[in-house]
Design a protein around this ligand. Sequence first.
Ligand SMILES: [Zn+2]
Length: 300
Amino acid sequence: MTDPFDGWKVPPVGLTGSPLDRADIMRRDPAAMIALRSRPDARWLVMEDLKPVLTSAEQPDILWAYRSDVPHDALSVFLGLDGEAPRFAAAASGADLVSDFGGRIVDARVAASQLPDGRAAIIAQARSLLDWHARHGFCAVCGGKTELGKAGYSRSCLACGAEHFPRTDPVVIMLAIKDDMALVGRQPGFPKRFYSALAGFVEPGESLEEAVGRELFEEAGITVRNVRYLASQPWPFPSSLMVACLAEATSHIITLDTDELEEARWASKDDVRAALAGTGEWLAPPPLAIAHTLLKAWVG
Ligand SMILES: [Zn+2]
């Protein structure tokens, strides 16, 4: 039997392609980390309230700050090496930086859509990590205070010694396909005319394939088989890993769970092409989102 998903190509995925070497072996070596922080070519991405400071140029870039510009007590995490040059992120007030360097504080989602993909991936890494630290000052086991370890990739409890690691929450996002039509839907909170691929968090004790089947059935009453993985994307709001999948629908009758979806519809390739081009009767997700990639892969 031929595989209906053979020959699919994956278009570029937003928020991926970081140029940094994460150099995780160095995170475990406090002396190496002190040496890296002291290097003259060490730089910091500063985030205020999880918003990155960018340059004010017409085509903005990350404003890489010197160590002397970052407040001494700012929470700082190691992002990796750009060639040999160490790169860190710091949660700090950006006000002084902005006045000193002429940079500007930009919402992370807006920044990610303005920066080239590799740079957007750095924003994603920094935002997820700094957000995790901000939420995990206390131990989930005993309630004691925790302190940063492994250059930002763990927190240790000062009371019971438990070690905690940054979390990544998998979310399946999928296109059910039937008779050359794809299922798209809109959640109640979506902007007007906006439709996307259906999505949902993977639950404990569940495979990706099972999560795809469950979500499509729960939200739209659609049963599927032949679930395939296409691509994945970090989504740092705050810490999701979007896993894009395809599935063959075995039914086409939509039964909506109206708590989850306001509407769902079967879209033809022409409908999807028009939506991606902004000329259709509904609007598709922007290029930053992996739903865009998924729809683009389907129309070829
Ligand atoms: Zn503890």
